[in-house]
Design a binder for this molecule. Structure first.
Ligand code: PNS
Length: 162
């Protein structure tokens, strides 16, 4: 039984994330989607909302489950007995950001990181851009799984009132 962890902030989950998780599932028996905190980013959605939206996106997909990562990813990887971390690359900037994390996770947990190249048709989709488009009233429903657009618009609306 091979297990991969697909970690991320998922703030919010996008069609790009879904593509990467599906590709990971084609290589591993089980994929655990780890919804974590990136301390260099300020999240729009709380972790419970991010987990709920991700669970809805993968509902009915065999061999994929979604769990919150409460603390270090390296410890989560050990706890779920994962064989590898899988992350998606859209381009060189992603690699530059991911390489130090992959090296640190190997240092901490001895875990290898496997990079998968996502669908180029989805390469323009980033959670940060989805939020930015939503903040300015643009259309985001074709960038995210069903239900995510409503949650993002509601959160952006609350953000506007503060
Ligand atoms: O989607 P992101 O923001 O690129 O994902 C980054 C994330 C959340 C996977 C990373 O920040 C992370 O692993 N956070 C959990 C805390 C941790 O382990 N930090 C050290 C990373 S080497």
């Amino acid at each position: 039984m091979t297990i991969a962890v697909c970690p991320g902030s998922f703030d919010p989950i996008t069609l790009g994330h879904v593509d990467v998780v599906r590709r990971a599932r084609s290589m591993f028996d089980e994929v655990v989607v780890g919804v974590a905190t990136n301390s260099s980013k300020s999240a729009l959605l709380g972790v419970e909302a991010r987990v709920a939206l991700a669970r809805a996106a993968f509902e009915g997909i065999d061999g994929v489950r979604v769990e919150p990562v409460d603390g270090l990813l390296a410890e989560f990887v050990r706890a779920v007995r994962a064989n590898a971390v899988v992350k998606g690359l859209r381009g060189g900037a992603d690699f530059d950001a991911e390489l130090p994390m992959a090296l640190m996770n190997r240092h901490l947990a001895g875990v290898e990181t496997v990079f998968v190249v996502g669908d180029p048709a989805l390469a323009h989709i980033a959670s940060s851009l989805v939020k930015d488009v939503a903040r300015y009233g643009g259309a985001i429903d074709d960038l995210v799984p069903p239900g995510v657009g409503d949650a993002v618009r509601a959160a952006v609306g609350r953000e506007d009132r503060t």
